[in-house]
Ligand binder design. Structure first.
Ligand code: GDP
Ligand code: IMO
Ligand code: MG
Length: 427
Protein backbone atom coordinates (compact mmCIF):
# COMPACT_ATOMS: atom_id res chain seq x y z
CA UNK A 1 0.00 0.00 0.00
CA UNK A 2 1.58 3.28 -0.98
CA UNK A 3 -0.99 5.86 0.11
CA UNK A 4 -3.16 5.27 3.13
CA UNK A 5 -5.03 7.14 5.80
CA UNK A 6 -4.73 6.60 9.56
CA UNK A 7 -8.05 7.43 11.21
CA UNK A 8 -9.56 7.53 14.67
CA UNK A 9 -12.30 4.89 14.81
CA UNK A 10 -13.94 6.15 18.02
CA UNK A 11 -14.16 9.63 19.66
CA UNK A 12 -10.53 10.63 19.19
CA UNK A 13 -7.40 9.99 21.28
CA UNK A 14 -7.13 6.40 20.09
CA UNK A 15 -3.35 6.65 19.68
CA UNK A 16 -3.25 8.02 16.12
CA UNK A 17 -0.12 10.06 16.91
CA UNK A 18 1.76 6.97 18.05
CA UNK A 19 0.60 4.94 15.05
CA UNK A 20 1.33 7.72 12.56
CA UNK A 21 4.82 7.99 13.98
CA UNK A 22 5.28 4.21 13.82
CA UNK A 23 3.97 3.87 10.26
CA UNK A 24 5.62 7.09 9.04
CA UNK A 25 9.02 5.46 9.09
CA UNK A 26 8.27 3.77 5.78
CA UNK A 27 6.56 6.68 3.98
CA UNK A 28 7.78 9.86 2.30
CA UNK A 29 4.97 12.29 3.13
CA UNK A 30 2.66 12.80 6.12
CA UNK A 31 -0.43 14.88 5.39
CA UNK A 32 -3.14 16.33 7.63
CA UNK A 33 -6.45 16.80 5.79
CA UNK A 34 -8.85 18.21 8.39
CA UNK A 35 -9.11 19.79 11.81
CA UNK A 36 -6.66 22.12 13.45
CA UNK A 37 -5.03 22.55 16.82
CA UNK A 38 -8.05 20.98 18.52
CA UNK A 39 -6.11 17.73 18.05
CA UNK A 40 -3.59 16.50 20.59
CA UNK A 41 -1.31 13.73 19.33
CA UNK A 42 1.24 12.23 21.69
CA UNK A 43 4.34 10.60 20.27
CA UNK A 44 6.96 8.91 22.42
CA UNK A 45 10.38 8.53 20.83
CA UNK A 46 12.92 6.86 23.08
CA UNK A 47 12.72 8.73 26.37
CA UNK A 48 11.26 11.88 24.77
CA UNK A 49 7.57 12.69 24.62
CA UNK A 50 6.20 15.10 22.00
CA UNK A 51 2.76 16.70 21.99
CA UNK A 52 1.60 17.74 18.55
CA UNK A 53 -1.58 19.64 17.84
CA UNK A 54 -1.49 20.95 14.30
CA UNK A 55 1.76 19.89 12.69
CA UNK A 56 1.71 16.35 11.22
CA UNK A 57 3.50 13.76 13.38
CA UNK A 58 5.95 13.06 10.53
CA UNK A 59 7.78 16.25 11.52
CA UNK A 60 9.74 14.24 14.08
CA UNK A 61 11.63 12.60 11.20
CA UNK A 62 14.23 14.62 9.28
CA UNK A 63 13.41 13.14 5.88
CA UNK A 64 9.62 13.42 5.60
CA UNK A 65 7.64 16.10 3.87
CA UNK A 66 4.65 17.16 5.97
CA UNK A 67 1.62 18.91 4.55
CA UNK A 68 -1.28 20.80 6.09
CA UNK A 69 -3.95 20.31 3.46
CA UNK A 70 -6.70 22.66 2.34
CA UNK A 71 -9.19 20.96 4.66
CA UNK A 72 -7.33 22.05 7.78
CA UNK A 73 -7.94 25.25 9.74
CA UNK A 74 -4.77 27.00 10.84
CA UNK A 75 -4.26 29.35 13.74
CA UNK A 76 -0.97 31.14 12.94
CA UNK A 77 -0.36 32.01 16.57
CA UNK A 78 -0.75 28.35 17.58
CA UNK A 79 1.31 27.20 14.60
CA UNK A 80 4.31 29.35 15.49
CA UNK A 81 3.99 28.36 19.14
CA UNK A 82 4.18 24.71 18.06
CA UNK A 83 7.12 25.41 15.74
CA UNK A 84 8.96 27.08 18.66
CA UNK A 85 8.14 24.17 20.95
CA UNK A 86 9.57 21.70 18.42
CA UNK A 87 12.64 23.76 17.62
CA UNK A 88 13.41 24.08 21.34
CA UNK A 89 13.42 20.28 21.43
CA UNK A 90 15.84 20.14 18.50
CA UNK A 91 13.27 19.34 15.77
CA UNK A 92 13.66 21.65 12.80
CA UNK A 93 10.54 22.96 11.05
CA UNK A 94 11.49 24.42 7.68
CA UNK A 95 9.59 24.79 4.38
CA UNK A 96 11.59 21.74 3.20
CA UNK A 97 9.77 19.73 5.87
CA UNK A 98 6.41 21.50 6.16
CA UNK A 99 4.09 22.91 3.51
CA UNK A 100 0.76 24.63 4.03
CA UNK A 101 -2.05 24.64 1.48
CA UNK A 102 -2.82 28.06 0.04
CA UNK A 103 -6.48 27.07 0.35
CA UNK A 104 -6.40 26.26 4.09
CA UNK A 105 -8.58 28.51 6.23
CA UNK A 106 -6.99 30.81 8.80
CA UNK A 107 -8.30 30.79 12.37
CA UNK A 108 -8.58 34.41 13.49
CA UNK A 109 -8.87 35.79 17.05
CA UNK A 110 -12.61 36.33 16.55
CA UNK A 111 -13.05 32.61 15.85
CA UNK A 112 -11.58 31.73 19.22
CA UNK A 113 -13.75 34.35 20.91
CA UNK A 114 -16.91 33.18 19.13
CA UNK A 115 -16.15 29.56 19.99
CA UNK A 116 -16.15 30.35 23.69
CA UNK A 117 -19.07 32.78 23.56
CA UNK A 118 -21.30 30.44 21.57
CA UNK A 119 -20.46 27.59 23.94
CA UNK A 120 -21.61 29.73 26.86
CA UNK A 121 -24.81 30.71 25.09
CA UNK A 122 -25.89 27.17 24.21
CA UNK A 123 -28.36 25.34 26.43
CA UNK A 124 -26.38 22.13 25.92
CA UNK A 125 -22.75 23.05 25.46
CA UNK A 126 -20.62 20.81 23.23
CA UNK A 127 -17.50 21.06 25.35
CA UNK A 128 -15.33 22.25 22.44
CA UNK A 129 -11.60 22.74 22.80
CA UNK A 130 -12.14 26.51 22.49
CA UNK A 131 -9.62 26.79 19.64
CA UNK A 132 -11.98 28.50 17.21
CA UNK A 133 -12.45 25.42 15.04
CA UNK A 134 -16.25 25.55 14.59
CA UNK A 135 -16.46 29.30 13.86
CA UNK A 136 -13.63 29.02 11.36
CA UNK A 137 -15.38 26.22 9.41
CA UNK A 138 -18.62 28.24 9.71
CA UNK A 139 -16.95 31.15 7.89
CA UNK A 140 -15.58 28.76 5.28
CA UNK A 141 -19.09 27.45 4.53
CA UNK A 142 -20.47 30.98 4.74
CA UNK A 143 -17.79 32.04 2.22
CA UNK A 144 -16.39 34.82 4.36
CA UNK A 145 -13.30 32.94 5.57
CA UNK A 146 -9.74 34.13 5.05
CA UNK A 147 -7.54 31.53 3.35
CA UNK A 148 -3.77 31.27 3.47
CA UNK A 149 -3.53 32.68 -0.06
CA UNK A 150 -5.53 35.71 1.13
CA UNK A 151 -3.54 36.22 4.30
CA UNK A 152 -0.24 36.45 2.45
CA UNK A 153 -1.50 39.13 0.04
CA UNK A 154 -1.56 42.38 2.08
CA UNK A 155 -4.22 44.18 0.01
CA UNK A 156 -6.57 41.19 -0.08
CA UNK A 157 -6.01 40.46 3.60
CA UNK A 158 -6.74 44.07 4.58
CA UNK A 159 -10.02 44.08 2.64
CA UNK A 160 -11.20 40.69 3.92
CA UNK A 161 -10.20 41.44 7.50
CA UNK A 162 -12.02 44.79 7.42
CA UNK A 163 -15.22 43.10 6.15
CA UNK A 164 -14.97 40.42 8.79
CA UNK A 165 -14.17 42.70 11.70
CA UNK A 166 -17.16 44.89 10.83
CA UNK A 167 -19.57 41.95 11.00
CA UNK A 168 -17.93 40.19 13.92
CA UNK A 169 -17.94 43.37 15.98
CA UNK A 170 -21.68 43.75 15.38
CA UNK A 171 -22.17 40.20 16.61
CA UNK A 172 -19.80 40.60 19.55
CA UNK A 173 -21.37 43.81 20.79
CA UNK A 174 -25.04 43.35 19.92
CA UNK A 175 -25.54 39.60 20.37
CA UNK A 176 -22.89 38.59 22.87
CA UNK A 177 -22.56 41.82 24.83
CA UNK A 178 -18.78 41.59 24.49
CA UNK A 179 -16.00 44.07 23.70
CA UNK A 180 -15.37 44.90 20.00
CA UNK A 181 -12.09 43.91 18.34
CA UNK A 182 -9.52 46.38 17.09
CA UNK A 183 -8.81 46.13 13.35
CA UNK A 184 -5.35 47.77 13.46
CA UNK A 185 -4.09 45.53 16.21
CA UNK A 186 -5.16 42.34 14.44
CA UNK A 187 -3.99 43.55 11.04
CA UNK A 188 -0.53 44.30 12.42
CA UNK A 189 -0.19 41.01 14.28
CA UNK A 190 -1.44 38.86 11.38
CA UNK A 191 0.59 40.73 8.76
CA UNK A 192 3.67 39.75 10.74
CA UNK A 193 2.54 36.10 10.72
CA UNK A 194 1.86 36.36 6.98
CA UNK A 195 5.45 37.43 6.30
CA UNK A 196 6.76 34.38 8.14
CA UNK A 197 4.23 32.05 6.47
CA UNK A 198 5.02 32.94 2.84
CA UNK A 199 7.77 30.31 2.34
CA UNK A 200 5.52 27.54 3.67
CA UNK A 201 2.44 28.30 1.55
CA UNK A 202 1.82 26.74 -1.86
CA UNK A 203 -0.69 24.75 -3.90
CA UNK A 204 -0.20 21.49 -2.02
CA UNK A 205 -2.72 19.61 -4.19
CA UNK A 206 -0.36 19.99 -7.15
CA UNK A 207 2.65 18.97 -5.09
CA UNK A 208 0.90 15.97 -3.56
CA UNK A 209 -0.35 14.75 -6.94
CA UNK A 210 3.14 15.00 -8.42
CA UNK A 211 4.67 13.17 -5.47
CA UNK A 212 2.15 10.31 -5.70
CA UNK A 213 2.63 10.10 -9.48
CA UNK A 214 6.37 9.85 -8.84
CA UNK A 215 5.74 6.78 -6.65
CA UNK A 216 6.18 8.43 -3.26
CA UNK A 217 4.45 6.88 -0.25
CA UNK A 218 1.93 8.98 1.62
CA UNK A 219 0.32 8.66 5.03
CA UNK A 220 -2.72 10.85 5.65
CA UNK A 221 -2.93 11.57 9.37
CA UNK A 222 -6.46 11.86 10.70
CA UNK A 223 -7.39 13.96 13.69
CA UNK A 224 -10.35 13.39 16.04
CA UNK A 225 -12.39 10.25 15.27
CA UNK A 226 -15.36 8.82 13.40
CA UNK A 227 -17.90 9.80 16.05
CA UNK A 228 -16.70 13.42 15.97
CA UNK A 229 -17.31 13.59 12.19
CA UNK A 230 -19.66 16.43 11.26
CA UNK A 231 -21.85 14.04 9.21
CA UNK A 232 -21.44 10.64 10.87
CA UNK A 233 -20.66 11.61 14.45
CA UNK A 234 -22.96 12.20 17.41
CA UNK A 235 -24.21 15.48 15.93
CA UNK A 236 -24.26 18.16 17.32
CA UNK A 237 -21.66 16.85 19.79
CA UNK A 238 -19.01 16.65 17.09
CA UNK A 239 -16.21 18.68 15.59
CA UNK A 240 -16.78 20.70 12.41
CA UNK A 241 -14.88 18.69 9.80
CA UNK A 242 -15.10 15.33 8.05
CA UNK A 243 -12.88 13.09 10.09
CA UNK A 244 -13.75 9.95 8.12
CA UNK A 245 -11.76 8.69 5.13
CA UNK A 246 -13.84 10.71 2.65
CA UNK A 247 -12.27 13.83 4.14
CA UNK A 248 -8.91 12.93 2.63
CA UNK A 249 -9.99 13.76 -0.92
CA UNK A 250 -11.76 17.03 -0.21
CA UNK A 251 -9.15 18.00 2.37
CA UNK A 252 -6.07 17.51 0.21
CA UNK A 253 -7.25 17.86 -3.38
CA UNK A 254 -6.64 14.35 -4.70
CA UNK A 255 -9.14 11.80 -6.01
CA UNK A 256 -10.34 8.60 -4.28
CA UNK A 257 -8.43 6.44 -6.76
CA UNK A 258 -5.24 7.76 -5.19
CA UNK A 259 -6.00 6.49 -1.69
CA UNK A 260 -5.16 2.79 -1.38
CA UNK A 261 -6.07 1.99 2.20
CA UNK A 262 -7.71 3.14 5.40
CA UNK A 263 -6.28 2.13 8.77
CA UNK A 264 -8.65 2.60 11.70
CA UNK A 265 -7.10 3.10 15.13
CA UNK A 266 -9.18 1.98 18.10
CA UNK A 267 -8.45 1.73 21.79
CA UNK A 268 -9.17 -1.59 23.49
CA UNK A 269 -11.87 0.37 25.35
CA UNK A 270 -13.66 3.64 24.61
CA UNK A 271 -13.04 7.22 25.74
CA UNK A 272 -14.59 10.57 25.01
CA UNK A 273 -13.75 14.17 26.00
CA UNK A 274 -16.45 16.79 26.00
CA UNK A 275 -20.21 16.39 26.14
CA UNK A 276 -22.55 14.09 24.25
CA UNK A 277 -23.89 10.53 24.33
CA UNK A 278 -21.68 7.54 25.15
CA UNK A 279 -23.65 4.26 25.34
CA UNK A 280 -20.95 2.14 27.03
CA UNK A 281 -19.72 4.81 29.43
CA UNK A 282 -18.68 3.55 32.88
CA UNK A 283 -19.43 6.12 35.56
CA UNK A 284 -18.43 3.72 38.30
CA UNK A 285 -15.17 2.57 39.94
CA UNK A 286 -14.22 0.51 36.84
CA UNK A 287 -14.38 3.67 34.72
CA UNK A 288 -12.15 5.47 37.24
CA UNK A 289 -9.76 2.52 37.25
CA UNK A 290 -9.43 2.63 33.43
CA UNK A 291 -8.95 6.43 33.46
CA UNK A 292 -6.24 6.16 36.09
CA UNK A 293 -4.42 3.20 34.53
CA UNK A 294 -4.69 4.55 30.99
CA UNK A 295 -3.69 8.10 31.97
CA UNK A 296 -6.85 9.32 30.26
CA UNK A 297 -6.40 13.08 30.44
CA UNK A 298 -6.80 15.29 27.35
CA UNK A 299 -3.61 16.52 25.65
CA UNK A 300 -5.17 19.76 24.38
CA UNK A 301 -7.43 20.80 27.23
CA UNK A 302 -6.23 18.79 30.24
CA UNK A 303 -9.78 17.55 30.83
CA UNK A 304 -10.41 14.06 32.21
CA UNK A 305 -11.55 11.67 29.49
CA UNK A 306 -14.78 9.77 30.06
CA UNK A 307 -14.11 6.01 29.89
CA UNK A 308 -16.20 2.96 29.00
CA UNK A 309 -16.19 -0.53 27.52
CA UNK A 310 -15.23 -1.21 23.93
CA UNK A 311 -18.17 -0.67 21.61
CA UNK A 312 -18.02 -2.83 18.50
CA UNK A 313 -21.09 -1.13 17.03
CA UNK A 314 -18.90 1.98 16.79
CA UNK A 315 -16.03 0.09 15.17
CA UNK A 316 -18.35 -1.60 12.68
CA UNK A 317 -19.82 1.78 11.77
CA UNK A 318 -16.29 3.17 11.34
CA UNK A 319 -15.36 0.23 9.14
CA UNK A 320 -18.35 0.98 6.93
CA UNK A 321 -18.15 4.76 6.62
CA UNK A 322 -14.38 4.84 6.10
CA UNK A 323 -14.01 1.57 4.20
CA UNK A 324 -11.39 0.41 6.70
CA UNK A 325 -8.87 -2.04 5.29
CA UNK A 326 -6.97 -2.58 8.57
CA UNK A 327 -7.47 -2.05 12.26
CA UNK A 328 -4.94 -1.08 14.89
CA UNK A 329 -5.92 -1.83 18.48
CA UNK A 330 -4.07 0.20 21.12
CA UNK A 331 -3.83 0.07 24.91
CA UNK A 332 -4.29 -3.68 25.27
CA UNK A 333 -1.89 -3.26 28.22
CA UNK A 334 -4.22 -0.82 29.98
CA UNK A 335 -6.97 -3.41 30.44
CA UNK A 336 -4.55 -5.92 31.97
CA UNK A 337 -5.56 -6.74 35.51
CA UNK A 338 -9.32 -6.70 35.05
CA UNK A 339 -10.99 -9.97 35.89
CA UNK A 340 -13.83 -9.62 33.36
CA UNK A 341 -14.10 -7.30 30.37
CA UNK A 342 -17.36 -6.38 28.68
CA UNK A 343 -17.69 -5.62 24.98
CA UNK A 344 -20.76 -4.12 23.36
CA UNK A 345 -21.88 -6.16 20.34
CA UNK A 346 -25.22 -4.50 19.54
CA UNK A 347 -27.85 -2.07 20.73
CA UNK A 348 -31.30 -3.21 21.79
CA UNK A 349 -33.61 -0.75 20.06
CA UNK A 350 -37.37 -1.10 19.37
CA UNK A 351 -37.28 -4.79 20.34
CA UNK A 352 -34.53 -5.51 17.85
CA UNK A 353 -30.75 -5.68 18.14
CA UNK A 354 -29.01 -3.29 15.73
CA UNK A 355 -25.31 -3.17 14.85
CA UNK A 356 -25.10 0.35 13.41
CA UNK A 357 -24.98 3.77 15.05
CA UNK A 358 -28.30 5.65 14.72
CA UNK A 359 -28.42 9.27 13.50
CA UNK A 360 -30.97 10.52 16.01
CA UNK A 361 -29.65 11.16 19.51
CA UNK A 362 -33.17 10.49 20.81
CA UNK A 363 -33.03 7.02 19.24
CA UNK A 364 -29.52 6.54 20.57
CA UNK A 365 -30.73 7.40 24.08
CA UNK A 366 -33.17 4.47 23.82
CA UNK A 367 -30.48 2.06 22.68
CA UNK A 368 -29.42 -0.39 25.34
CA UNK A 369 -25.97 -1.92 24.85
CA UNK A 370 -25.85 -5.71 24.55
CA UNK A 371 -22.64 -7.03 26.09
CA UNK A 372 -20.45 -10.07 25.66
CA UNK A 373 -18.18 -10.88 28.59
CA UNK A 374 -14.52 -11.79 28.13
CA UNK A 375 -12.02 -13.13 30.62
CA UNK A 376 -9.29 -10.64 31.45
CA UNK A 377 -5.53 -10.98 31.04
CA UNK A 378 -2.40 -10.16 32.97
CA UNK A 379 0.36 -7.58 32.86
CA UNK A 380 2.48 -9.70 30.50
CA UNK A 381 0.51 -8.00 27.70
CA UNK A 382 2.77 -4.92 28.07
CA UNK A 383 5.96 -6.85 27.39
CA UNK A 384 4.73 -9.02 24.53
CA UNK A 385 6.87 -8.60 21.42
CA UNK A 386 4.89 -10.90 19.15
CA UNK A 387 1.25 -11.82 18.76
CA UNK A 388 1.95 -15.29 20.15
CA UNK A 389 3.45 -13.74 23.29
CA UNK A 390 0.20 -11.89 24.01
CA UNK A 391 -1.91 -13.53 26.71
CA UNK A 392 -4.34 -16.03 25.17
CA UNK A 393 -7.36 -14.08 26.46
CA UNK A 394 -6.09 -10.89 24.79
CA UNK A 395 -5.81 -12.85 21.53
CA UNK A 396 -9.42 -14.07 21.90
CA UNK A 397 -10.50 -10.46 22.49
CA UNK A 398 -8.66 -9.23 19.38
CA UNK A 399 -10.04 -12.03 17.25
CA UNK A 400 -13.59 -11.12 18.26
CA UNK A 401 -12.94 -7.50 17.19
CA UNK A 402 -11.77 -8.65 13.75
CA UNK A 403 -14.65 -11.09 13.39
CA UNK A 404 -17.34 -8.56 14.36
CA UNK A 405 -16.02 -5.72 12.21
CA UNK A 406 -14.90 -7.83 9.26
CA UNK A 407 -11.57 -5.98 9.31
CA UNK A 408 -8.26 -7.64 10.19
CA UNK A 409 -6.37 -6.41 13.23
CA UNK A 410 -3.00 -5.65 11.64
CA UNK A 411 -1.25 -3.98 14.57
CA UNK A 412 -1.60 -4.32 18.32
CA UNK A 413 -0.15 -1.64 20.59
CA UNK A 414 0.85 -2.59 24.11
CA UNK A 415 2.43 0.65 25.33
CA UNK A 416 3.17 4.23 24.25
CA UNK A 417 6.67 3.55 22.86
CA UNK A 418 7.60 2.72 19.28
CA UNK A 419 8.90 -0.71 20.27
CA UNK A 420 5.71 -1.59 22.13
CA UNK A 421 4.02 -2.32 18.83
CA UNK A 422 3.18 -5.77 17.47
CA UNK A 423 2.78 -6.03 13.73
CA UNK A 424 0.42 -8.91 13.00
CA UNK A 425 0.19 -8.30 9.25
CA UNK A 426 2.27 -5.76 7.32
CA UNK A 427 0.20 -2.76 6.25
P1 GDP B 1 -4.31 10.61 19.48
O1 GDP B 1 -5.02 11.90 19.66
O2 GDP B 1 -5.17 9.60 18.79
O3 GDP B 1 -2.96 10.75 18.86
O4 GDP B 1 -4.08 10.02 20.94
P2 GDP B 1 -3.55 10.84 22.23
O5 GDP B 1 -2.11 11.08 22.07
O6 GDP B 1 -4.43 12.01 22.51
O7 GDP B 1 -3.85 9.80 23.38
C1 GDP B 1 -3.32 8.51 23.35
C2 GDP B 1 -2.44 8.31 24.61
O8 GDP B 1 -2.18 6.93 24.78
C3 GDP B 1 -1.09 8.98 24.51
O9 GDP B 1 -0.69 9.38 25.78
C4 GDP B 1 -0.18 7.85 24.00
O10 GDP B 1 1.19 8.02 24.38
C5 GDP B 1 -0.78 6.67 24.70
N1 GDP B 1 -0.69 5.38 24.00
C6 GDP B 1 -0.78 5.11 22.68
N2 GDP B 1 -0.77 3.77 22.47
C7 GDP B 1 -0.69 3.19 23.69
C8 GDP B 1 -0.68 1.83 24.16
O11 GDP B 1 -0.77 0.89 23.40
N3 GDP B 1 -0.60 1.65 25.50
C9 GDP B 1 -0.52 2.68 26.39
N4 GDP B 1 -0.46 2.39 27.68
N5 GDP B 1 -0.55 3.96 25.99
C10 GDP B 1 -0.64 4.21 24.67
P1 IMO C 1 -7.41 14.05 18.61
O1 IMO C 1 -6.92 14.31 17.21
C1 IMO C 1 -10.80 14.02 21.33
C2 IMO C 1 -13.85 17.09 20.77
C3 IMO C 1 -14.02 18.18 21.83
C4 IMO C 1 -15.51 18.42 21.71
C5 IMO C 1 -15.77 18.29 20.22
C6 IMO C 1 -15.80 19.60 19.45
O2 IMO C 1 -6.43 14.30 19.67
O3 IMO C 1 -8.06 12.72 18.69
P2 IMO C 1 -13.92 21.31 18.66
O4 IMO C 1 -12.95 22.13 19.45
O5 IMO C 1 -13.29 20.41 17.66
O6 IMO C 1 -15.03 22.15 18.06
O7 IMO C 1 -14.65 20.38 19.76
O8 IMO C 1 -14.71 17.49 19.71
N1 IMO C 1 -12.49 16.97 20.20
C7 IMO C 1 -11.68 15.94 20.47
N2 IMO C 1 -11.81 14.90 21.30
N3 IMO C 1 -9.70 14.11 20.56
C8 IMO C 1 -9.56 15.14 19.69
O9 IMO C 1 -8.54 15.19 18.82
C9 IMO C 1 -10.55 16.14 19.65
N4 IMO C 1 -10.70 17.28 18.93
C10 IMO C 1 -11.91 17.75 19.28
O10 IMO C 1 -13.66 17.71 23.10
O11 IMO C 1 -16.22 17.39 22.36
MG1 MG D 1 -5.54 13.24 21.15
Amino acid sequence: MSTFVVLGAQWGDEGKGKMTDFLAESVDLVVRFQGGNNAGHTVVVGESKYMLHLIPSGILYDDKLNILGNGTVIDPEALFKEINYLENLGISVTPEKLLISDRAQVIMPYHRLMDNLSEKSRTDSIGTTGKGIGPSYTDKAERSGIRMCDLIKPVVFKRKLAENIKIKNELLVKIYNAEPLDFDEIYKEYSAYAEKLIPFVQDTSVRLYDEIKAGKKVLFEGAQGMLLDIDYGTYPFVTSSNTIAGGVCTGTGIGPTMVNGAVGVAKAYTTRVGEGPFPTELTDATGDWIREKGGEVGVTTGRDRRCGWLDLVILKTSARVSGLTNLVVTKIDTLAGLDKIEVCVGYKFNNKVIDYFPASLEDLAECEPVYETFDGWGEEAAIAKTYDELPKNAQIYLERIAEFTGVEVSIVSVGPKRDQTIVVNEI
